[in-house]
Design a protein around this ligand. Structure first.
Ligand code: FES
Length: 203
């Protein structure tokens, strides 16, 4: 099957799934036994590899230069196809934590990467660095996400049963120059999580 064919099929299945979500409404919250994860359109048809964390300005993110308490939208996995690379399911908030949450450290522990697809109804949330906020906020229905863990702490996403209250994440590695890389993701609720569905938070 060509990538275009599989892309078309994913778009259709997403639309169908969104209709299902709209029909199911809050039922999703109370049906954790349904294996929703198997229906999610994660970009699993791409072979995932270690990849540079490329910022919108075309440079590679670096632990020495990326500003504390700030975020950028990054893409993973990149395909090189400008249309596919715009998919919401490839968009991540790349966050350097504020100082009080460990953002001063010059290694990967100062950073977090979370899927931008809100766990409620798939709007795109973003990180707000302002004093008194310093959290992820979804503009649609007000779900809020803890930047340290990716766990929803307010709004409808916070009422969903695990794993659908914790965002999918990407893990990082820094090379000797401080340049940051994404480690290959595994779309599994116990590893990186499943985009738009969730992740089991390790304690
Ligand atoms: S889509 Fe409803 S809170 Fe994000």
């Amino acid at each position: 099957m060509s990538e275009q064919d599989s892309g078309t099929r994913n778009v259709l299945s997403r639309r169908d799934f969104l209709k299902l979500l709209a029909a199911a409404g809050t039922a999703l919250t109370f049906t954790p036994f349904v294996p929703w994860g198997q229906f999610m359109p994660n970009p699993s048809n791409t072979v995932l590899q270690k990849a540079q964390v490329m910022l919108p300005d075309g440079t590679q993110a670096n632990v020495k230069t990326f500003p504390k308490n700030s975020s950028q939208v990054v893409t993973y996995p990149l395909t090189g196809d400008s249309v596919l690379d715009q998919e919401a399911f490839r968009k991540w908030q790349f966050i350097r934590l504020p100082s009080e949450l460990g953002g001063d450290t010059e290694d990967v522990s100062a950073f977090r990467v979370y899927s931008m697809v809100c766990l409620h109804l798939w709007c795109l949330w973003k990180y707000w660095p302002q004093e008194g906020r310093k959290r992820g906020e979804c503009p649609c229905h007000g779900s809020m996400y803890n930047p340290l863990t990716g766990k929803a702490f307010a709004g409808p996403a916070s009422l969903q049963a695990p794993p659908s209250n914790v965002l999918a994440t990407l893990y990082l590695e820094a090379d000797n120059d401080g340049n940051l890389w994404f480690l290959p993701a595994k779309w599994d609720i116990n590893v990186n999580g499943i985009i738009g569905y969730g992740r089991i938070l390790k304690t």
